[in-house]
Ligand binder design. Structure first.
Ligand code: KIV
Length: 268
């Protein structure tokens, strides 16, 4: 079936119609092709790539060059979903001029259609400046991995009254600044529901319960490629790590036993 490419107006229309949005990360051509062919609405080149595919403990070391490199690969595979690139740590916190320049690079050099950045009230001016340069921005509040050292670990946010109120203010500030959507990460379900009911833009949850406008997961977590110990919010829809190890063990056996390659894999 021929499907219409997802665009920012398309997201607004889907939200207005009460349609839930499905978002997934992808970092390279094959994962983006799989996500896109499955029909994912929004494909995120997340700075989680620093942890998921580079093996770092945090996302802080990810650079603009790395996000651009991975965005280019993803863009080459995507025909349907909206491509959103993460703004890495220190690519926007240093001021509006840097933020516009770096967000622009993600569109101009990477081929993304929108950018995502972490922060609420403290980043409202930056979001507004990028939006005014005609670059669509997705916000990201709650458990913001680039704030790992302030948070003292990857902890659920907004559990006490003060944190709750701050997040409600952050969500309003992100919307007011012109973001087209906002990720709510690692917050109690009731708070996510309250924020969602107050906003007029889609909320995309990850570890934020079900009463939001959409969900996002990391590609490798969804497919069970990340290992067995997963946070509560992850649902593994497949167990590809075990399946991959099994397949590779079979290959090793067949090579050692002289079974592979068979005649059908041999040129005449
Ligand atoms: O970097 C990332 O993958 C993200 C999503 C998990 C929201 O920010």
């Amino acid at each position: 079936m021929e499907r219409k490419k997802v665009s920012i107006p398309g997201i607004e229309k889907a939200y207005a119609a009460g349609e839930r949005l499905a978002m997934l990360t992808a970092y390279d051509y094959p994962s983006a092709a799989i996500a896109d062919q499955a029909g994912i609405d929004i494909i995120l080149i997340g700075d989680s790539l620093g942890m998921v595919i580079d093996g770092y403990d945090t996302t802080l070391s990810v650079t603009m060059e790395e996000i651009i490199y991975h965005t280019k690969a993803v863009v080459r595979a995507v025909e349907y979903g909206l491509v959103v690139s993460d703004m890495p740590f220190l690519s926007y916190q240093t001021g509006t001029r840097d933020a516009i320049h770096n967000a622009g690079r993600l569109l101009k050099e990477g081929g993304a259609e929108a950018v995502k950045l972490e922060g609420g009230k403290n980043m409202a001016e930056v979001i507004e400046a990028i939006v005014n340069a005609d670059i669509p921005v997705m916000g990201h509040i709650g458990l913001t991995p680039q704030s790992i050292h302030r948070m003292g670990g990857y902890r659920v946010q907004g559990r006490d009254e003060k944190g709750r109120n701050a997040l409600i203010r952050d969500a309003a500030a992100v919307e007011q600044a012109g973001a087209f959507a906002v990720v709510l990460e690692g917050i109690p379900g009731a708070l996510a529901q309250e924020i969602t009911s107050k906003l007029h833009i889609p909320t995309i949850g990850i570890g934020a319960g079900r009463e939001v406008s959409g969900q996002v997961l990391v590609f490798h977590d969804l497919l069970g490629l990340s290992g067995d110990r997963q946070p509560t919010f992850v649902k593994q829809y497949a167990h590809l790590k075990e399946a991959s190890i099994g397949a590779i063990q079979q290959y090793i056996r067949e090579v050692k036993e002289g079974v592979f390659p068979g005649p059908e894999h041999t040129y005449k």
